[in-house]
Design a binder for this molecule. Sequence first.
Ligand code: NAD
Length: 508
Amino acid sequence: MTSITQNEVQADRCGNPPSSMFIGGTWTAAAGGETMESIDPSNGLAWTRVPAADGTDVDRAVASATEAMAGEWGATPGPRRAHLLNRLADLVDRDADRLAAIETRDNGKLIRETRPVMGQVSAWLRYYAGAADKLAGQTLPTGDPNYLVYTTREPVGVVAAIVPFNSPVMITTMKVAPALAAGCAVVVKTADQTPTSTLLLAELVEEAGFPPGAFNVLTGPGATVGDALARHPGVAKVSFTGSTAVGTHVMKAAAEHVAPVTLELGGKSPNIVFADADLDAAINGVVGGIFASTGQMCIAGGRLLVQEEIHDELVERLRVRAASIRLGDPQDPASEMGPLVSEAQLEKVLALVASGVAEGATLVTGGKRAAPAAVPDGYFVEPTIFAGVQPDMQLAREEVFGPVLAVVPFRDEEHAIELGNDTVFGLAGGVWTKDVQRAHRMARRLRCGVVWINCYRNTSPHVPFGGMQQSGFGRENGPDAILDYTQVKSVWLELSGATRDPLTVPRG
Ligand code: NAD
């Protein structure tokens, strides 16, 4: 491991990155004094160091959040919460360049991707700011005039937000914006590889003026800190985004204290191209769906289902396009594909490529580690396409989380549905066709949480997002997501003042 000093020059572009955790409104080291490095995936060098929290820090963070709920934050009314979220949105817009530079440094995602993403984060904050003062109960007509019955919506309590490495600030915001709008206090656990951009978000939360303890950030290993947080009895809800394997574990941990969970998990989404599609548009959608973010997207269209008539033409055009993608320094706006997040991820992707070769799929292009001239030591892999992938091959079934496309031919609509739904996942699907009736039939029959027709990868704060089957449950975004951070209380008030027979059933 090379020292941080050798890497200092590039760190300048990110300013002085935050390197403490944010607990109870103060910046703090880990209780045990341990730290851990964040590695820049474009060169394999440590570029900054953050606290490695332990169970004591988890206790501190949950206690701070609990105190905030019982104190100033819990007493903060909806319009004031809305004001704070709008103020945070302004600050995120102000510092979007720095947030993007830091996130690119942590996870290697291209600056041409992180910068527009940071420009959109404020839209989520403003959307849920708009909801913060509109949470209302109901007055219920039970039929008995002797009772006034109404409901209130209360914040669920302390929320644990456990997030993955691939888009830390945006994914954190998808959880934190509705949770704070609802009046919950939040403890964020950053991904092991990507602590720093979320710490910068915490600086902005502090500057916005949120009361201490409303928003806390823990950095540290998932297996210890994430686990301790998910099973902490002070946590009232766990909102998790990550792999299906860890999500299953988190669900069991939360079950120990009967905390509800929202799980946004992995996928193996089909991108389905019919012979009548606009092929130029489809190729763009397929390329963006698997090579953007170096394929490290939960919604990656990793399975390309192509109607037989256009199979050879489409594969050839994709081969040419994939081979022309410029790999390079993710901080360089001219680069078109960055590195994978870590050496471990690189090894996993190369192992899945080897499995494709071993199982008899045809390697059309790519498949090897790459070494771009400017950043030869980064965790780069070539944009890779396999044709002739059979539905039972590992490449057709497992999430790669890398730039590897598995092409599977289909005969007709029925066959496309059969192949498209032949997965344990159910996050997303793409359909490319000019036949509007077929488009809607496909949307109805694909078993997944989002279907894009003649587009791919669109998200918005207005539109619910989430998976079916082993891609998880619960929905983020959209008007109802805030309700997941509330609970309903029913209140019965006797109006007549009459004394009743205690041994009969009271009616409403
Ligand atoms: P991961 O499951 O390895 O880690 C996710 C988070 O869980 C991290 O913060 C990690 O530190 C923590 N963690 C690890 N072990 C834990 C444990 N035992 N208990 C509690 N927490 C623990 O996922 P990743 O590699 O960071 O991200 C990639 C995965 O995330 C992919 O499977 C991808 O599909 C998924 N993802 C899903 C969505 C979605 O919205 N559905 C979005 C982005 C990523």
